[in-house]
Design a protein around this ligand. Structure first.
Ligand code: COI
Length: 360
């Protein structure tokens, strides 16, 4: 069990280290660092074989249950380079706790957050040169767990791999932090009440691809999902939560099991409240947003997420009609949230919420 195991460290030979990409060419998730963290869980031994090792391919049995029944969960967080080259993580324990909640929902084993966080910090320290120096570029961290038992019966697997890979990234959207165009889907849905919408499991993302491709072909960056029952209430954008500022009130859909409980979402709510903004978590229908837009009361809209950070929405497309938000420009609140979050994350701004964790 975890208490007894040592995290082995196997380093890549200095001569075999990868060439690091230049910060301008990063995009999102295209490059991976030299090392990764890996451990295995089995019914008999619990978590074992924990190691920091060279980034490597997996050899997996084609019957591994993840390939058939989709037991796969993941997380996304980032390491930031701040003043004096100090590295920081933003609310990392919250990501790992959320992963444990996803594990529970998907019948997968939970792990000790403090121990995994310690290993993650050790991995980051080893890979510190991979954390980009350029403004806005970060090292994206992807913890993942997959079912590894080779068996075809439909039941929870008896063996899992947990791994963490690291990828130096720039902005998630090609638009950077310029406003995106969003397609509102009232035909296809992402998640249903009682389903797995709030779990960060690969299937939720697979389910979003069909509509996302249609939206992309029509010139839209992302899809805004509506509820699966009435196709009326706003849920989330597949890669981020969503906020609307209407009549000086910041509104975001409540966490009722169908959307991801975003850590950036929670940070936005807390930050905005601390500035005296009125923030409400409540059901909001697409009709209410369209009505507010028509009446000139929709002041701004933005998505929030680890990858997307704060991503302003410049246009909504719904029922064959386009609704431009804030003249297609980044709103004041979106801009303030983006810059404040960024300066907390890279340690430049006082961290009164105690969100930031130093590495090394
Ligand atoms: C994140 O914001 O980290 C996400 O997981 C979104 C995504 C790139 C799947």
């Amino acid at each position: 069990m975890w208490e007894d195991i040592q995290v082995e460290v196997e380093k890549v030979d200095a001569g075999n280290l990868k060439t690091k990409p230049s910060s301008g060419d990063l995009g999102f998730g295209n490059y991976f660092t030299d090392h990764m963290f890996l451990m295995t869980w089995s019914k008999e031994d619990g978590w074992h074989d924990a190691k920091i090792c060279p980034y490597q391919d997996f050899k997996m049995d084609p019957a591994s249950m993840v390939f058939h029944y989709g037991q796969a969960i993941f997380e996304g967080l980032k390491a930031y380079r701040g003043k004096g080259d100090q590295l920081f993580l933003f609310r990392p324990a919250d990501n790992l706790e959320r992963m444990n909640e996803s594990a529970l929902r998907m019948c997968m084993p939970r792990f000790p957050v403090d121990k995994v966080l310690k290993s993650l910090k050790a991995l980051l320290y080893l890979e510190k040169e991979w954390v980009p120096h350029a403004d806005g570029a970060t090292l994206y961290i992807r913890p993942t767990m997959i079912a590894a038992e080779p068996a075809l019966g439909v039941r929870p697997a008896a063996k899992y791999h947990f791994f963490v890979i690291l990828s130096p990234v720039g902005a998630y959207y090609a638009e950077g932090c310029s406003p995106t165009k969003i397609f509102v889907s009232d035909e296809y849905v992402r998640a249903v009440k009682g389903g797995v919408g709030k779990a960060k499991t690969g299937g939720n993302y697979a389910a979003s691809l069909y509509m996302s491709e249609i939206a992309k072909k029509a010139g839209y960056t992302q899809v805004l999902w509506l509820d699966a029952c009435e196709h009326k209430y706003i849920e989330e954008v597949g890669t981020s939560n969503i906020f609307f500022k209407i009549d000086d009130e910041l509104i975001t859909p409540p966490l009722e099991g169908t959307i991801l409980g975003g850590i950036t979402r929670d940070s936005v709510i807390k930050l905005a409240k601390s500035w005296g903004e009125k923030v409400v978590e409540r059901k909001i229908s697409i009709d209410e947003v369209i009505e507010a837009s028509n009446a000139g009361r929709l002041q701004e809209a933005f998505g929030s997420g680890t990858a997307a950070v704060i991503s302003p929405v410049g246009e909504l497309f719904y029922h064959e009609k386009s609704y431009v938000i804030n003249k297609g420009e980044t709103g004041q609140l979106s801009a303030r949230l983006f810059s404040e979050l960024q300066s907390i994350q890279n340690g430049q701004q006082e961290d009164s919420f105690k969100w930031v964790v130093r590495v090394g």
